[in-house]
Design a binder for this molecule. Structure first.
Ligand SMILES: Nc1ncnc2c1ncn2[C@@H]1O[C@H](COP(=O)(O)OP(=O)(O)OP(=O)(O)O)[C@@H](O)[C@H]1O
Ligand SMILES: [Mg+2]
Length: 421
């Protein structure tokens, strides 16, 4: 029905316009409250300057501003259809520290700027929104009931006094047209203007975002250093307790064999044979240690081949699904491999699952690895070293790691690792 289309567009426009006018009208109320808060804030700042008594009142006020701004973040966020996250860090304990943290927080300044914006623009635009919202129905009422106005105080339509039906209908039509246009075409841009400025003042500034990024990076860097140190200690332990111990025994046997070779060649030969098998064992152990550093299967068969090999060896039947992965850095490959290995070990050890599924895919600059099983769920991260180790490995590469494992299952372990492009 093509002729219905303009009508549908108009109703959609009216709906959006009403929503915008409603947003602006509520802004009138919040603008007035903001004005009040601003005035009392000025009083407490003045009190600090005059008597110092404001030092007690000011923090209370500022925390009120915080909560008020948070409410507006939710309201404006829901109007714009996005989340405006609260930007405050938790306040420290202690009166002095709390006061200092609040006063030095740049967020506080921006919130006060928002109070001014809300008190001025919120009230002005709120009045316009209110007119747009109630204007149309009240025009219809006024036009129909103009004759009820008391003598000497005639009803006004389109800013002119109304004296008879023709003028009521004509002026009513003019006012109706103007106010409908305001509702249909005017309210939305005004509401968006108001909301965008509020969101800019209440949202994260570039500096905030950078500061947060630096904070996360220094955390992950610390995590990376920890993980690196732990890995070095493990390798050192493995070499010390395994390979080195075997080489020591080997050297002793060789020494003994050398000293006995003339008197008791038979015993010397036995010692040499033992030494040879000891050397082979040491080699096997060394190979195992090397394997944990950079699994040779990765260089032989690539990540996909290596993961397929893990799946083939898995006790619980496992399937692998792979998209086109593109180029993956060696460190990411190693992390992905270790992650799948530990996840599959956990499935075999704890999950009581009948099957597992491994998926590798590329999402933009990220490699996504997910291991899912249909077992009993209920992963407890703190109770072993495996899951925590996976998390640290992933954090070391600045990736993201999630475990979803409700009691009763299923369990999904997922990591996103950056591949640099
Ligand atoms: N796929 C799974 N399904 C059900 N429970 C799991 C699964 N994976 C881990 N869990 C539970 O979470 C706990 C923590 O796992 P984690 O890998 O950290 O430790 P672990 O396997 O017990 O020991 P480690 O890995 O240090 O040898 C496990 O003890 C187990 O109870
Ligand atoms: Mg484990």
């Amino acid at each position: 029905m093509p002729d219905m289309l303009p009508f549908l567009r108009l109703t959609e426009r009216a709906e959006k316009g009403t929503r915008a006018a409603l947003y602006l009208s509520v802004g009138l109320g919040t603008g007035l409250v903001s004005l009040l808060i601003l005035a009392t804030l000025l009083v407490s700042v003045a009190l600090v300057a005059v008597a110092g008594a404001g030092l007690i009142v000011l923090p209370v006020h500022l925390s009120l501003v915080r909560r008020w701004a948070d409410a507006e973040r939710r309201r404006t966020g829901s109007f714009l259809g996005r989340v405006i996250p609260p930007r405050h860090r938790p306040l420290p304990a202690g009166f002095g520290a709390r006061l200092r943290a609040t006063l030095l927080d740049t967020v506080t300044l921006r919130e006060v700027a928002w109070l001014v914006w809300q008190a001025v623009a919120g009230v002005a635009l709120g009045l316009i929104g209110m007119v747009a919202l109630v204007g149309v129905p009240s025009t219809l009422l006024q036009t129909a009931l103009w004759w009820m106005a008391p003598d000497g105080e005639p009803a006004t339509l389109a800013l002119r006094p109304v004296s008879d039906w023709p003028s009521a209908l004509l002026l009513g039509a003019v006012q109706f047209t103007v106010l409908s246009a305001l509702l249909l075409w005017g309210a939305r841009p005004l509401a968006r203007l108001h909301a965008t400025v509020a969101a800019a003042l209440l949202g994260r500034s570039r500096v905030d975002r950078l500061a947060e990024r630096v904070e996360t990076l220094s955390h992950t860097r610390a995590g990376a250093l920890d993980a690196h140190a732990a890995e070095l200690r493990r390798i050192e332990r493995d070499l010390h307790d395994g390979t080195q111990a075997r080489l020591v025994a080997l050297a002793m046997r060789l020494g003994l064999a050398r000293s006995r070779i003339d008197e008791d060649p038979e015993q010397a030969a036995r010692l040499l044979a033992e030494a040879q098998s000891g050397a082979e064992e040491a080699m096997t152990e060394l190979r195992q240690v090397i394997r944990t550093i950079y699994p040779p299967v990765l260089s032989d068969r690539g990540l996909v081949g290596a993961v397929e090999a893990l799946a083939a060896r898995s006790v619980v039947p496992a399937t692998v699904s792979v998209d086109d992965l593109g180029a993956v850095p060696a460190s990411v490959e190693a992390t992905a491999y270790h992650l799948v290995a530990e996840a599959l070990t956990n499935v075999a050890k704890h999950a009581e699952a009948s099957r597992a599924e491994i998926s590798l895919s590329r999402i933009g600059g990220w490699l996504r690895i997910a291991v899912t099983d249909d077992g009993r769920g209920g992963v407890e991260e703190g109770s072993g070293t495996g899951v925590g180790g996976m998390r640290r490995r992933v954090a070391a590469l600045d990736g993201e790691f999630t475990v979803v494992s409700p009691a009763g299952g299923p369990t999904r372990v997922e990591a996103l690792l950056p591949c640099g492009s």
